[in-house]
Write a protein that binds this ligand. Structure first.
Ligand code: NI
Length: 391
């Protein structure tokens, strides 16, 4: 099966490259992927499948194998970013300030290639492979939740997905067993005091000083309240207060982000933010409002499924290809699927220094080595075949 999928991936590589370049030329923002959706529907229909629209601008299609087995979902995200494309290639974005600068054009194209591969081998395929083209990964609340609400995981036993990953060189993959990507949350604290003359601070309640104490206090949460063997980040990136040298302002605003790799740590940090804010403001006589905006949860891979993906990647790319990577502090709404059913997410190397493919994700000159599209097809298709075999 490995060789059959390899041959089919080679056969469809050019088709997938052309699709990737098409999607790159016509990127669409989160929740607005109308043309992308139509193109996906057309391609799947032309490949002999019966796609249905889902979650607004998403698509779902099942490939039924002729042998009994499990149902395996493969997910690709399809949206682009609000950024001017500066790629010096003929397929540069034709849409001003919209750009596939994260590689989701490649995810979409590769999954359309996988559709062709698995549909060709369905006589030998066990169970069902469900293709999920998900809108809006880039914009909270993300498209995954709606995909799940509308039944994309009904009867699905396991789910896999991949991100083409520029920091990893072409021909390598990165995967972590367990927590791989962080929850990405933000908070805002408004401290309200009592303003007045800078020369008479005793007549005021100084929200600026109170907020400064909060910056110090909140920065101690990770060092004092988080298990030293766990990872977490709390960063305050904005502090706004006052606009004159001799006026104590009436209020101050802090904004920050929290990144965690487990729900326990995530909850503990936010509990502590509340306690410290209440305590410091109370001591100063100030009042406060704290708002939390929870982003995507931590992405936690199932060890068994992660092992299947890792083994499959090594079958195609060699034993040295699976790089031991650390978890990353960016977040990804694939995490929502993994809260519901077992599955795993893998990074597929797409960087290539020699070809000048050196710009990071979300950079205006971001690009991928298109050989990664073939590897993505091979790894995900063969892993799906393996995972669909009844146990
Ligand atoms: Ni992305």
């Amino acid at each position: 099966m490995k060789e059959i999928i390899h041959a089919l991936a080679k056969q469809h590589h050019e088709y997938v490259i052309n699709l990737r370049r098409y999607f790159h030329s016509y990127p669409e923002l989160s929740f607005q992927e109308y043309n992308t959706q139509q193109k996906i529907m057309n391609e799947l229909s032309a490949s002999g499948l019966s796609p249905i629209p889902l979650a607004g601008t998403g698509v779902m299609a099942d490939i039924h194998g002729c042998q009994p087995g499990k149902t395996v979902a493969i997910r690709a995200d399809i949206d682009a970013l609000p950024l001017q494309d500066e790629l010096d290639k003929p397929f540069v974005s034709k849409c001003p300030t919209v750009c596939h600068a994260c590689g989701h054009d490649g995810h979409t194209a590769a999954l359309l290639g996988i559709a062709k591969i698995l549909n060709t081998i369905k006589d030998d395929l066990c169970g069902t492979v469900r293709l999920l083209f998900q809108p809006a990964e880039e914009k909270i609340p993300g498209g995954a939740l709606t995909m799940i609400e509308q039944g994309s995981l009904n009867d699905v036993d396991v789910i896999i997905g991949a991100h083409l990953w520029q920091p990893l060189p072409i021909g390598s993959v990165g995967i972590v067993s367990g927590a791989m990507m962080a929850a990405g949350d933000r908070f805002e604290i408004t401290v309200t005091g009592h303003g007045g003359h800078g020369s008479m601070p005793h007549q005021t309640i100084d929200p600026l000083l109170t907020a400064a104490n909060l910056v110090v206090g909140l920065n101690q949460i990770v060092s004092r309240n988080v298990d030293p063997l766990e990872s977490a980040v709390l960063s305050i990136g904005a502090f706004h207060a006052g606009n004159a040298f001799n006026i104590i302002p009436g209020s101050a605003v802090l904004q920050g982000t929290v990144r965690t790799f487990s729900q326990v740590t995530r909850t503990a940090i936010f509990d502590q933010i509340e306690k410290i804010t209440a305590g410091i403001c109370s001591a100063a006589g100030a009042t406060y409002t704290l708002t939390k905006e929870l982003g995507y949860p931590p992405l936690i891979n199932d060890p068994h499924v992660a092992a299947v993906l890792s083994t499959t990647a090594r079958q195609y790319l060699g034993d040295q290809a699976a790089l031991p990577i650390k978890p990353v502090t960016v977040s990804e709404d694939f995490a929502y699927y993994l809260e519901k059913i077992p599955g795993a997410f893998i990074f597929i190397g797409a960087g290539n220094q020699a070809q000048g493919i050196i710009y990071p994700h979300h950079h205006e000159r971001f690009d991928i080595d298109e050989l990664s599209l073939r590897y993505a097809m091979e790894i995900l298709a063969l892993a799906a075949v393996k995972l669909s075999v009844p146990s």
